[in-house]
Design a protein around this ligand. Structure first.
Ligand SMILES: [Mn+2]
Length: 412
């Protein structure tokens, strides 16, 4: 049984009787005229099927004595295939997903209706994820409206929290995929940093990083941040168009995406290849906070507690160097959380308040320190697996001590 089937079994076990799940792969969003944005598959759909194909639909039914899974894929269109390439075949879909019942999309509506009425389904689960009131609706939402009108007695439920919780615990295969993204990031980071001394603009560093990703067949996991000097105190600076000067630190927040998984790494280094004493002092405080967080990571700990570790350490160290007098002033210099989940999404699903870590979680550890008055912003970020008895730093091999960064930049 492959991973996708295993996950469907796990989901089925949790579903109440007489229920149905319908998940849409989605389709590319229209950009302009006849051009679409690149297709990005619904991750919950892909998580349960392994299929990365526009317009596909998964239907799962659980009634007494019977559970079924059916996948619907686009009907073969010979004319369109001459323009857009081959659609996935029924055989290939079966092989990847381990779903025996694969058919064409043109059969979806009649199959759906017959399952609903004849099988006695009274509960329909759709992916109704929505973070903001104004978000563009996922494919499940318009479908939900249509079904609610046609079958007012049917109970509609959101499957999202159930799948999101499953997704927070990574299998070995998933961890390997993330590790692969990290190793691509390492190689791209090293190429970039070796070229840093000869680069004059932030976008030149971005080009080096992205060249290496492309060369390996990966893609950026998100809009990379290359922020020199004071730009690094803006958390989501992505313009990357300013000139770099010799005395600046450069903050890079970067990741690679391969086969629907991601890495999310930050490193900060001196443009000149050598930290000043002041930069080194502040940098080592962030690094110390990071090490302190690592030591805290194990099952049973809350993400919020990890952030407390950073704030406690900062309170001590920032008072020592005279940057602050009161604990409350820390928020002037550190204004984001230290951790988030990582997986098929960079800011991965499942993170809820007071969430307690369990073995198999993959989280980022990313303390930062931003001193606007000195045009210094530092963030160091690794990707970490929570294990039974602690943690494993998956991105340990991407250098981050002052000595190693300087060595890489100068001896490459
Ligand atoms: Mn991050």
């Amino acid at each position: 049984m492959n991973e996708f089937k295993l996950r469907r079994e796990q989901l089925l076990a949790e579903l109440p009787l007489n229920s149905m799940v319908v998940l849409f792969a989605g389709k590319g969003v229209k950009r302009s005229a006849d051009a679409d944005y690149p297709f990005a598959v619904n991750h919950n759909f892909a998580y349960l099927t392994g299929i990365d194909e526009p317009e596909a639909v998964l239907m799962i039914v659980k009634i007494r004595h019977r559970t079924t899974a059916t996948l619907f894929i686009r009907d073969i269109d010979l004319a369109l295939q001459k323009w857009n390439g081959k659609y996935i075949s029924i055989d290939e879909t079966k092989k990847i997903s381990e779903i025996d019942s694969v058919t064409y999309l043109s059969a979806f509506e009649s199959t759906f209706v017959s399952q609903l009425t004849r099988a006695g389904v009274n509960r329909l689960y759709l992916d109704l994820e929505r973070l903001n009131l104004t978000d563009r609706p996922l494919a499940g939402e318009p479908f939900a409206k249509k079904i609610k009108e046609a079958y007012p007695a049917l109970t509609l439920e959101n499957i999202y929290p159930m799948i999101a919780t499953m997704r927070t615990v990574k299998s070995d295969v998933e961890v390997e995929k993330i590790e692969n993204c990290i190793s691509v990031t390492k190689s791209a980071f090293e190429r970039m940093v070796r070229n840093a001394r000869n680069s004059n603009f932030e976008y030149e560093l971005q080009a080096e990083f992205e060249y290496e990703l492309k060369r390996i067949g990966a893609a950026p996991a998100f809009e990379m941040i290359v922020a020199g000097g004071g730009r690094s105190t803006v958390l989501h600076y992505v313009e990357n168009n300013d000139a770099l000067s010799e005395d600046e630190l450069v903050l890079c927040d970067m990741g690679a995406s391969v086969a629907l998984y991601n890495s999310d790494i930050s490193r900060t280094f001196p443009k000149s290849g050598k930290f000043t004493d002041r930069q080194k002092l502040l940098y080592n405080i962030v690094l110390e906070a990071m090490e302190a967080v690592f030591e805290k990571i194990k099952p049973g700990v809350m993400l919020k507690e990890l952030n407390d570790v950073v704030v406690n350490l900062y309170e001590k160290r920032l008072k020592e160097i005279g940057l602050i007098k009161e604990r409350s002033e820390i928020s002037n210099y550190y204004y984001h959380g230290v951790s988030h989940f990582l997986g098929m999404d960079v800011h991965d699903v499942g993170q809820i308040e007071n969430m307690v870590l369990v073995a198999g979680n993959v989280i980022t550890v990313e303390p930062g320190l931003y001193v606007e008055a000195e045009s210094i912003g530092i963030r160091i970020e690794d990707d970490v697996l929570v294990t039974e008895d602690g943690y494993r730093n998956l991105s340990e091999s991407i250098v981050k001590t002052v000595e190693k960064i300087e060595a890489l930049m100068n001896n490459g």
